[in-house]
Design a protein around this ligand. Structure first.
Ligand SMILES: Nc1ncnc2c1ncn2[C@@H]1O[C@H](COP(=O)(O)OP(=O)(O)OP(=O)(O)O)[C@@H](O)[C@H]1O
Ligand SMILES: [Mg+2]
Length: 366
C-alpha cells in the first residue's frame, strides 16, 4: 500500500549522503519529505549539491548512505521505467533529427504504447504547452522558449507523477523566463503533479514554489514556504541568500522581555529579535530588510533605539525609492520606501536617524 494514499510522503530523502570520490561528502545527511502535488524548489549556490540530489532521485546516481523512497518504496527497488519520473534539463536535450511530434512520441514508444494512443497523447500534451501547430517542425526550427516547452511536454507526455527540473529556464531571456515560470506552475497545478525544481534564481524559487529548500554545502539550511523563508530566515546564510538584506555585526549586551539589545561593532545600540542568540556576550549578525527600516521618528516606539545615518545616494526606481546610507561605519546600508505621495526623498549628504521594530531585526549566528 502506497504511503501517499494515507497522506504520507510521496518523495522522501532519509539521511542521504553522497560522495563521488569516497572521501568528500557533497550531500550531507539530507532529510526531505514531500507530499504528492507539492512544488518544491532546491535553491542554493553553485556546487551546493542540488543536481546531485536530483540525479539520485531520478536514479542516475546512487546514494552513498541513506534511503530515497518514492511512494514509500526504496527507489533502488523500482526499475527506472516504472518510476514515472519525467525530467527537464537546462539544455532541452531534444533529438535534433526527429520532429517535435516524434520527440514526444519517443518516450511512449519506449513504453510500448500503440500508435493511435500515442498520437492522441502527443496531440493533447502539445496543446497543454500551447504548441499545437508545431508537431511537424524539427527542434532547430523552434525558438529557445518553444524548445523548452517541448522539453516540458516530453516530461509530461507519459503522465509522470513526479517531474524533476534542473534549471530548465536558465538559457532563456528574462521575459520569456517569467512567462515560462507562470506556465510551468499552471501546468503543474492543473495536472496535480509533484515537482522538484532546481534553480539558483531566488526570485524564481520564491514565485513558483510551495516550499523552498535552501542548500549550502550539501546541507539544507532551511526548508520553508517562500514567505517564511523571506520573513523568518533561521540563520545568516539564508538571510543573506534570500532577498536583499542589511547585515550588521555586534555583541549581545542583554536579552530581556524577548528583545536582544545588541552593541554594534561600528557603534550604536539596537533592539533585535533573538533568533540564534541566547545570552549576553554572544557574537551575532543582525539582519534587517531594507523595506522595514523606518526614518520617520514619529512612526517608531518612543523608547526605540535609533542609529545615526548619513545619506549617501538616492535612487528613484519608479515604484520605490532606494537609498544608500552610511550606518555604524558601513556604507552599504540600503533602505527602500514606497513611492507614495507623502514619501520623503532623502537628500544625499543629510543626516537622519533610523530605527525599526525589534521583531523586524533578527539577531542571527555570527
Ligand atoms: N560526477 C561527479 N563526479 C565528481 N564530483 C562531482 C560530480 N558531479 C558533481 N560533483 C561535485 O559535487 C558537488 C555538488 O555538485 P552539484 O552538481 O550537485 O551542484 P549544484 O548545486 O547542482 O551546482 P550548480 O548550481 O553549479 O549546478 C560539486 O562540488 C561538484 O564538483
Ligand atoms: Mg546543478
Amino acid at each position: 500500500m502506497a504511503d501517499s494514499d494515507q497522506g504520507g510522503a510521496f518523495v522522501e530523502f532519509d539521511r542521504v549522503q553522497k560522495s563521488y570520490d569516497g572521501e568528500n561528502l557533497v550531500v550531507k545527511d539530507l532529510n526531505l519529505s514531500l507530499p504528492k502535488g507539492e512544488f518544491l524548489t532546491m535553491l542554493g549556490p553553485s556546487g551546493s549539491g542540488k543536481t546531485t540530489c536530483l540525479m539520485m532521485l531520478a536514479g542516475f546516481e546512487t546514494a552513498t548512505n541513506g534511503d530515497i523512497r518514492l511512494d514509500g518504496q526504496p527507489i533502488n527497488n523500482i526499475p527506472p521505467h516504472k518510476r514515472g519520473i519525467g525530467m527537464v534539463f537546462q539544455n532541452y536535450a531534444l533529438f535534433p533529427h526527429m520532429t517535435v511530434a516524434e520527440n514526444l512520441s519517443f518516450p511512449l514508444e519506449v513504453r510500448k504504447m500503440g500508435k493511435s494512443e500515442r498520437e492522441a497523447k502527443v496531440k493533447h500534451v502539445l496543446e497543454l504547452v500551447q504548441m499545437g501547430e508545431f508537431g511537424g517542425r524539427r527542434p532547430s526550427q523552434l525558438s529557445g522558449g518553444q524548445q523548452q516547452r517541448i522539453a516540458l511536454a516530453r516530461a509530461l507526455v507519459f503522465e509522470a507523477e513526479l517531474v524533476l527540473m534542473d534549471e530548465p529556464l536558465g538559457a532563456l531571456d528574462k521575459q520569456l523566463r517569467e512567462t515560462m515560470q507562470f506556465e510551468i506552475k499552471r501546468i503543474a497545478d492543473d495536472l496535480g503533479i509533484t515537482v522538484v525544481y532546481v534553480t539558483h534564481d531566488q526570485t524564481e524559487a520564491l514565485t513558483m514554489s510551495d516550499r523552498v529548500a535552501v542548500f549550502e554545502d550539501g546541507r539544507i539550511q532551511q526548508l520553508a514556504p517562500p514567505d517564511e523563508l523571506y520573513e523568518s530566515p533561521q540563520n545568516s546564510f539564508v538571510a543573506q541568500f534570500i532577498g536583499e538584506n542589511n547585515t550588521l555585526e555586534g555583541t549581545v549586551k542583554e536579552i530581556k522581555n524577548g528583545i536582544a539589545l545588541v552593541q554594534l561593532d561600528g557603534g550604536g545600540l539596537i533592539d533585535c529579535k533573538p533568533v540564534n542568540v541566547t545570552k549576553a556576550g554572544e557574537r551575532t549578525r543582525v539582519s534587517i530588510r531594507p523595506e522595514r527600516v523606518e526614518f520617520d521618528k514619529t512612526r517608531l516606539h518612543a523608547d526605540a533605539h535609533t542609529l545615526k545615518a548619513e545619506v549617501l545616494e538616492f535612487i528613484y526606481m519608479g515604484d520605490i525609492f532606494r537609498t544608500r546610507l552610511r550606518v555604524a561605519g558601513q556604507d552599504d546600508f540600503i533602505i527602500k520606501s514606497r513611492n507614495a505621495p507623502d514619501q520623503v526623498r532623502l537628500e544625499p549628504g543629510s543626516e537622519i536617524e533610523i530605527g525599526w521594530l525589534a521583531e523586524d531585526c533578527r539577531a542571527l549566528d555570527a
